[in-house]
Design a protein around this ligand. Structure first.
Ligand SMILES: [Fe+2]
Length: 245
């Protein structure tokens, strides 16, 4: 049984704890991000936030498409990748880049899942960073020279890139890659990543219908024309210089 002095002491301590708790809630609320965070990851791989607001690339890429593309489709690839590594836990400590680059080292029972969902996660994570509004008319510096050397001109590159993207039957991607020191325009089906074939990804365009159908319906060519106006050439150039170094 406690005496009156002990009861008063305990009441005071409890009040102090409550005050501290309330104050902490206020601090947390003041520091909370304006947009609700993505759902808590259920595995080692996490959905990166978009590096811009969903409507930042309007009118080239509309906000609804951007939101669904990132919050639903990319999130689904992350969830699929996390599910795959529950069946092969030894993969959980490896980066998605490492898993794709050395896909032949991945156990066969989860290889297709890693290829599809890991590819989807990696490709989209880069894709968001390859986009930006009001970025000028094209690449500069060493990358500009390399594109001119490889394709004749920026206009020729753009035409070849769009032609490749239009040639993808069904779902897939078109890429500007670096094969050794050679720039190449390539395509991959589904979520296959050129990384698996030893390439460095410099620029990619997602031509799955989920990337454009809400705004452009079946007009993939119009989507591609708009895409060329929102390329983050600084990001592409940085990857090019890093790869050469
Ligand atoms: Fe996509």
């Amino acid at each position: 049984m406690i005496n009156r002095r002990e009861a008063l002491k305990r009441t005071a301590l409890a009040a102090t704890a409550l005050t501290a708790s309330a104050a902490w809630k206020v601090v947390r609320a003041q520091n909370a991000p304006p947009v609700p965070p993505a759902p808590a990851p259920t595995g080692p791989f996490q959905l990166p936030p978009l590096p811009f607001a969903a409507d930042a690339l309007e009118p080239a890429i509309d906000a609804q498409t951007m939101t669904i593309h990132h919050d639903r489709h990319h999130a689904a690839y992350v969830a699929g990748l996390n599910k795959a590594v529950t069946e092969a836990p030894e993969l959980a400590s490896r980066s998605v880049e490492d898993l794709l680059r050395y896909l032949d080292t991945v156990p066969e029972k989860v290889r297709t899942a890693i290829r599809n969902h890991g590819g989807g996660h990696f490709n989209h994570s880069l894709f968001w960073q390859m986009l930006k509004k009001n970025v000028g008319t094209g690449p500069t510096g060493a990358l500009a020279q390399a594109i001119a050397r490889s394709f004749g001109s920026l206009a020729n590159f753009q035409a070849g890139f769009s032609k490749a993207a239009l040639s993808v039957f069904g779902s897939g991607w078109a890429w500007l890659t670096l094969d050794g020191k050679t720039l190449k325009i390539e395509t991959t089906p589904n979520q296959d990543s050129p990384l698996t074939h030893g390439r460095t990804l410099l620029l990619g365009v997602d031509v799955w219908e989920h990337a454009y159908y809400l705004k452009y319906q079946n007009r993939r060519a119009d989507y591609l024309a708009a895409f060329h106006s929102v390329i983050n050439w600084d990001f592409v150039a940085t990857r090019y210089q890093a790869a050469l170094a």
